[in-house]
Design a protein around this ligand. Structure first.
Ligand SMILES: *Cc1c(COP(=O)(O)O)cnc(C)c1O
Length: 376
């Protein structure tokens, strides 16, 4: 059996090595390292793939979130609602801009924003909602957009984990994840579903004015060279990363299919065990399985299972072990433990298994057997 990896970027590279090496050689020969034609090319291809008017590439997914909030003109003290169960980047940029993060609980079955919790958290100071399409499936955007409209709030979709997922509204309209709110953001970190070979990110919007503002912000607030109209940042995708993404974008749908197939194999394997809850997919979204995350019944020692698997050289991870409202950096006396029952429980029960495009069934069966053996 091949050694099992949490992600297998070497295996994936082997399939596209000639194209990547050729593209890199061209960039090295021309020395067009920043702002090369690959960046514009990738931007246009991604706009087409997502069916969105504007893609603005930037340096990483965290910057993308920060720039989105700067672009919307949010001011210190404005409240921004996001989820308690996500990677810290989402809440970090809210705090960094001196906005007030308001964390809300998630749904137990999808790990995504709980709509009742969202409604409860709205105050006159609320300015924006940041749903995170966690682990690869979309949050309930139809409801979130309704709430946003009723209260005149911006919506920024943190789409770092769900690029390629399709959302279907109740009237049948289909949209790509990240293109439904005012702004969508993503990350091209190597282990993300569409990853480059370093850092990268992008911002999506259908709003022409917002796109113009954001294009200036990513470039030191310049709309005309050396005239700085607003405070900006330096955040760009470089040519080498854009070249990787240009080669990988046409493969994204096949990557998503490979992940979905692996997810089904896992879920079929665990179906007979009532101590293991496999991922539930909402009926309005596809799932691109950035993570394949189990919930382990509390009668089983999840942390012991984690270690048991590591001892068998089965990589696995706990995303996320600590709720954001319990992190030192984000604690706030306004929070009440009772409002985070689901997240608190998820932190104790989730376990993510290896998920990537190169898994084979022999590896998966080996992992399934080990886990079933522990969860007898
Ligand atoms: C990875 C990730 C980010 C940050 O992306 P970087 O490119 O690492 O800065 C933000 N939000 C979520 C949900 C992520 O998974």
């Amino acid at each position: 059996m091949k050694k099992i990896n949490m992600v297998d970027l070497q295996g994936q590279y082997a399939h596209i090595k000639p194209q990547i090496n050729k593209a890199f050689e061209h960039i090295l020969d021309t020395a067009y390292y920043v702002g090369g034609p690959e960046v514009k090319g990738f931007q246009a291809n991604l706009e087409k793939y997502l069916d969105v008017k504007h893609v603005i590439p930037c340096a990483n997914g965290t910057d993308a979130l920060q720039i989105a909030m700067m672009g919307l003109g949010l001011k210190p003290g404005d409240e921004v609602i996001t989820v308690d169960f996500t990677f810290a980047a989402t809440v970090e940029v809210i705090a960094l801009l001196n906005l007030t993060p308001v964390l809300v609980d998630v749904e137990a079955d999808t790990f995504n924003m709980d709509i009742d919790a969202l409604k409860k958290a709205i105050t006159p100071k609320t300015k924006a909602i940041v749903p995170v399409h966690l682990f690869g499936q979309c949050a309930n955007m139809e409801e979130i957009l309704k709430v946003a409209k009723a209260h005149n709030l911006f919506v920024i979709e943190d789409n770092a984990q769900a690029i390629g997922a399709d959302y279907t509204f109740s009237n049948g309209t289909k949209k790509k994840s990240g293109t439904m709110g005012n702004i969508g953001t993503t990350s091209f970190f190597p282990s993300k579903n569409l990853g480059c070979y370093g850092d990268g990110g992008a911002i999506f919007t259908n709003d022409d004015d917002l796109a113009h503002i954001i294009r200036g912000i990513v470039n030191h607030g310049m709309y005309k060279r050396y005239y700085h109209d607003v405070v900006g940042v330096n955040s760009r995708l470089d040519s080498l990363q854009a070249a990787v993404l240009q080669i990988k974008l046409p493969l994204l749908d096949s990557y998503c299919e490979a992940r979905a197939k692996a997810a089904k194999f896992y879920s079929d394997g665990f179906a007979s065990n009532d101590k293991i809850t496999t991922p539930k997919i909402s009926n309005f979204t596809t799932h691109v399985f950035h993570q394949y995350t189990l919930k382990i019944d509390e009668s089983i020692d999840r942390d012991a299972l984690h270690q048991y698997l590591l001892d068998k050289e089965i990589p696995n991870a706990i995303y996320y072990p600590v709720a954001l409202h319990n992190q030192k950096a984000y604690r706030d006396e306004r929070y009440n433990e009772d409002d985070f029952k689901v997240t608190n429980k998820l932190c104790k029960t989730v376990l993510s298994l290896p998920m990537h495009t190169e898994l084979d069934e022999e590896q998966q069966q080996f992992m399934i057997n080990a886990i079933l053996n522990f969860c007898k």
